[in-house]
Write a protein that binds this ligand. Sequence first.
Ligand code: GLV
Ligand code: MN
Ligand code: MN
Ligand code: MN
Length: 429
Amino acid sequence: IHRIAELRLAEKFGEDLSAGEQVWDWAEQLAVHSEADDALTVTYMSPAHRACARKLAGWMQSCGFDEVQIDALGNVVGRYFGSDPSAPLLMTGSHYDTVRNGGRYDGRLGILVAMATVQGMKALGHRPRHGLELVAFAEEEAQRFPATFLAASALVGRFEPQWLAQQDAQSVTMAEALQAAGHGAQPSAQLDSIAALQRDPKQYLGFVEVHIEQGPVLDAAGLPLGVVSSINGSHRYTGEIVGQASHAGTTPMGAGRRDAAAAAAELVLQVERIATQLPEAVGTVGMLEVPGGSINVVPGRCRFSLDLRAPRDAVRDRLRDEVLHALDAICERRGLHYSLRPTLSIDAAPSHPDWQARWEAAVQRLGLPVHRMPSGAGHDAMKMHEILPQAMLFVRGGNAGISHNPLETVSAHDAQLAVEAFEILWNSL
Ligand code: GLV
Ligand code: MN
Ligand code: MN
Ligand code: MN
């Protein structure tokens, strides 16, 4: 509802949208595709996800990209040639998948800002010296399968073959999901095409990503843009505590009860306590489930997730060590077992000083104060960091920056500034 006034504005402008209004309008049109009726949910290789890829590819074509392709993992890749065909490319991009019941800008904003920039350049007949490769990453959010950064991992040559065997909640494997979407009949053929996605860093200058801040800092400071200094690293796990299912009415309280959910509840509170005590650390149990639970059965199993992050890797590792120790102690004391599967371990990714300075110069050229800030959220840039120098630009989110929430919002005005900053950076290379 808070968007209706702006939507009318976009309709009124028709073909003559400013770049920022165009970005805003594209985000609305992309948000039409969802797996849920009453929420924005776009998980890997779902019909909504594939519809988004087709729409993005079509838009890239009409914006004037010279080459557009949907690759073996569903990434939408557009290339706009530079004036010097031998010069390395600038790579940019962000993801188009969403969390369940997510917002319209997380990931998508970075794709749409680059698209609007190319659209403007094409209209003016302008080609910077270096060409652009825009990657709309197919997967960043780890919603359907436990593995995350599938898309960026393939680009840096670190796609792990066993990921294809991971199953979603309906026991569909990633290989089957890819096959159903027309991406290869056999895992062996899929792996060959995925291996071919690896980029040669010599052909690229660096990687930049525009992203909504997803936090309250810029909104509180009254600033439309922020320059990222570093992306916090993380450890992630999924696990299961195993006790013994028994009759809720007849199993006495005390040592005889082997309640897996009660142990998981203790773990949640330990994660909160430990993360609160470590500097700048955050720890979250975002998923908690008693599989096949009943009202009158003591939970015999409880599944959980762990997401542990900190700006400094040493603190993140200490958080992990203390949480895993607590899990051990809880299960030992209660006579329970557990299993744990690491799903992500990624180091903090400090911005490359030269690329951070380029974003700072662009922000300054727009007459705005330079605000440097770390990123608490993970991003495709932290994976691309493994092969290319990278730096990110943050755009202010409205509603106090709330994200991973349908209230997430960006104004057309701020999107316009992001397009202008992107154009300045690209032209400065
Ligand atoms: C992804 O959005 C993450 O930071 O977890
Ligand atoms: Mn996200
Ligand atoms: Mn994101
Ligand atoms: Mn993220």
